[in-house]
Write a protein that binds this ligand. Sequence first.
Ligand SMILES: Cc1cc2nc3c(=O)[nH]c(=O)nc-3n(C[C@H](O)[C@H](O)[C@H](O)COP(=O)(O)OP(=O)(O)OC[C@H]3O[C@@H](n4cnc5c(N)ncnc54)[C@H](O)[C@@H]3O)c2cc1C
Length: 459
Amino acid sequence: MYAGPRALTEHSVYVSIGGMPIVSPGGGTGSPGGGGPRPGELPRPGELPRPGELPRTADAVVVGGGTVGGWCAYFLRRAGLRRVVLVEQGTLGQGASSRAAGVVRTQGGTPWAVRLGEWSRRFYLGQAAELGIDSGFIPHGYLLPCFTEVEVAAARERMAMQRALGVEVAWLGPDEVDAACPALAPGQTLGATYCAHDGYLHPPRNVTAYAVALATTGVIVAERTRFTGVTTRPAAAGGAGATITGVTTSAGSVAAPLVVLTGGPELAAVGRLAGLRIPAGGARHQVAVTEPHPDLSPERLPMLFDLTAGLYWRPEEGGMLFGMSNPGEPPGEARTVDLAYLERMRERLAVLVPVTAGLGLRRLWAATIDYTPDHLPVIGPATTAGGRVDGLYVACAGGHGMMWGPAVAKAVSDLATSGGSEVVDVADLGLDRFDAAGRSRLAADPVALPFPGSAPAGP
Ligand SMILES: Cc1cc2nc3c(=O)[nH]c(=O)nc-3n(C[C@H](O)[C@H](O)[C@H](O)COP(=O)(O)OP(=O)(O)OC[C@H]3O[C@@H](n4cnc5c(N)ncnc54)[C@H](O)[C@@H]3O)c2cc1C
C-alpha cells in the first residue's frame, strides 16, 4: 500500500495559481479579437477605480472567482453591462476550479447535463478565436462501460436521449471496447457508450483563460475581498420579497442592481450570508496520477468512467490520472488524503487496467468538490422564505464545473440580463426545486460521481 505523506499535496501541485499575476481592478483596456465588448462600451479610464480600490457602484457584482463566477462576470460584460465587479475572498481559482481533474463530458444523464456539456465543449473549442487564449481542451474520446445487463439497458436509453440532442455518441460492443482501449484487461465489459468529442482540459490553464478574459474586457476583479452580505430594499407595503441594492464586503459596500452568488463547495455559506438556504455541499474528492508507462500512452487509453465504482480516468503526461469519491463518507471539507480509500480504488483500477498495479504515483491530492443533492446545477433567482429577492441570482455547477461551468455561467448571465437563456431551459433549475429539508423534486442525474444524496441547507 502507498504510504506517502498524509498531508494534502494539492498546494505543491497548484501553488502556481496563488502566484498568478493579479488582475488589476479595471486593468483591461481593450477587447480581444472576436465577440467581446466594443472599445466604446468599455469604462473610460477616469471611471475606473485605482488598483486595490473597490468601486462604490456597479452594474453587477459577482461573488466567487472560480470558473463559474469568473466566466459569469465575463459574460455579463459581454452582455453589455458597463461596470462588472468580481469579488473573490482569496485569489482567482483558489477553490475547486484549479484542483479539478478537467474531465469534459457531453454524455450526461439528463437533457440539462447534455446541453450544458455540449455548450461548454463548443465554448472551449472556440476560445482561441474569441479570446486569444484557451482552457487547454483536448478532445480525446470517453467510454462509459457497462458491466451488467441493467446498465446496458440504461446506457442505451441514455444514448437515445443524447443522440436526439445532437451528441455523436456510439455503442461499442465488448470486442470494440477492448480494441478501443488496449490498456483495459480484455473481456470485462458488456459494451460501452463512446463519444469521440468528449475530452479534458487543464484546470489551471482554464483559470488563466478566464483571468485574461476578465482583464481584457475590463471586469473589475477584487481579490482578497470577502463578500459578507447583501443589501436589499423591501417590497412596497403588502408585497412579498425584496429587491437587491448591493453587497457588503470586507473592503466596503458596493451598490448594484444585480448580484450573482457562486461559491462552489462554499456556496451554502455564501448563501447564508445573503439570508438564503442553498442545499449545496462540499465533499472530499481525490485525484492521483501514475508514473508514465508505454501501455498508458494516450492512443491506448481513452477516458473511461466506471460509474458503479465512481472511478474515472484520463491520460496525463504518459501516465494515467484517476479520480474518485467515497460515497460512504460524510460530506465536509477535504483536509487530508484518504489513503485507505485510494488503495481500494487502486485495487479496482488494477482489475480494469492491470499495468497500473505496479506503478508508482507521481502526484496525489484531495480537494473539496461541490455537489448538489440531485447532482444537477443550480441556475436561478434567489428565493427566501419571505419570497423572491429581485436582482439576486445563484449559480452552481454541482461538481461538474469543468464540463458545465461556462454554460452555467452563461445561462445565469442570460437569465439575469434577459430573463431566460438559450443555453438551457433554467425554469426547473432554481432553488425552488428544493424543499425545506433540501430535497429536490427532480430525479438525480444518473451519470455522476457517487456524491452525497443530501446537503445541509441551513440556516
Ligand atoms: C479534486 C476535484 C476534481 C474535479 N474534477 C472535475 C472534473 O474532472 N470535471 C468537472 O466537470 N468537474 C470537476 N470538479 C468539480 C469542479 O472543479 C467544480 O464544479 C468547479 O470548479 C466549481 O466552480 P465554482 O466556480 O462554482 O467554485 P470554486 O472554484 O470553488 O470557486 C468558488 C470561489 O468562491 C470563493 N468564495 C467563497 N466564499 C466567498 C466569500 N464569502 N467571498 C468571496 N469569495 C468567496 C472561493 O474562495 C472560491 O474561489 C472537480 C473538483 C475537485 C475538487
